[in-house]
Design a protein around this ligand. Structure first.
Ligand SMILES: O=C(O)CCC(=O)C(=O)O
Ligand SMILES: [Fe+2]
Length: 267
């Protein structure tokens, strides 16, 4: 984890901008792989940008993994990202099995509902911000997919919303933070909630985090697990094709959990 943080930080800090831009993601396409600073594609000019640069890597399934699109410096960068991807998918699966079992479901229930995992790894770099009170590093959102595994450095700035209050997640060197995401909330019919989080900036130090997302394929239709739904326990969410969920997220923006809230049924 330390090695991964080190090489990611080195890409943002040690590369001249013209070299970084050789890896630029496509400007008008949401979630394209590469280096960028603008996650949301909006037709409006008044969009508030996050105080963040990022590098997004497509890591799984292996058919999407092409390390030649990733930074070639430091030399071990690409191997470290690939190895990290392989380790994190094992952990993500284990956690989803435990979550399924904790609800009395068969262990593979959430995995079966997600189908083949689409994993992306995003390194986020938040430069020092002269007036941190005026902006956010990353606006309030919940992640779209099933489960996110996140590591951060020792600077701190990640906050999670709990009972209406923003709590700062204290950085711990060896901690992997587990953030449940929206599709797990749908599949578990709200028994597990996706976490609302954001990143704040600070005036003096740059901050790095690396998030590993695990999503369904775009064509998968996600709905509450049938074993959790009965006459006495009706579904709380309408089903949705994951690709449609992603499109709406990118076009409207997250604003906390508004995209998930739009699926809530009146029960
Ligand atoms: O930088 C962080 O700690 C949060 C990153 C995050 O939430 C994301 O990339 O979705
Ligand atoms: Fe997130």
């Amino acid at each position: 984890m330390d090695d991964l943080r080190r090489v990611c930080l080195s890409f943002f800090n040690d590369f001249p901008m013209e070299d970084k831009l050789k890896y630029a993601c496509q400007p008008n396409s949401a979630a394209s792989q590469g280096y960028g600073s603008r996650m949301l594609v909006s037709s409006q000019n008044d969009t508030v940008l996050d105080w963040r640069d990022y590098f997004d890597h497509h890591t799984l399934p292996l058919s999407r993994r092409n390390p030649s699109f990733w930074p070639h410096f430091p030399p071990e960068y690409r191997t470290l990202v690939a190895d990290y991807s392989d380790e994190m998918i094992v952990l993500a699966r284990r956690l989803l099995r435990l979550i399924s079992e904790s609800l009395g479901l068969r262990a593979s229930c959430i995995e079966d509902a997600v189908g083949e995992f689409y994993q992306n790894i995003t390194a986020s770099y938040y430069p020092p911000c002269p007036q941190p009170e005026l902006t956010l590093g990353l606006q309030s959102h919940s992640d779209m997919g099933s489960i996110t595994l996140l590591i951060q450095d020792d600077v701190g700035g990640l906050q999670v919303l709990k009972d209406g209050e923003w709590l700062t997640v204290q950085p711990l060197p060896d901690a992997i933070l587990v953030l449940l995401a929206d599709q797990t909330e749908i599949i578990t019919n709200g028994k597990y909630r996706s976490s609302v989080h954001r990143a704040v900036t600070n005036a003096s130090k740059a901050r790095l985090s690396v998030a590993c997302f695990h999503d369904p394929a775009k064509e998968v239709r996600v709905s509450p697990a049938s074993d959790l739904v009965s006459q006495s326990s009706p579904p709380h969410y309408s089903s949705i094709v994951y690709g449609d969920y992603v499109s709406s997220w990118y076009s409207k923006g997250p604003e906390g959990k508004r995209n998930l809230d739009a699926l809530l049924l009146d029960t």
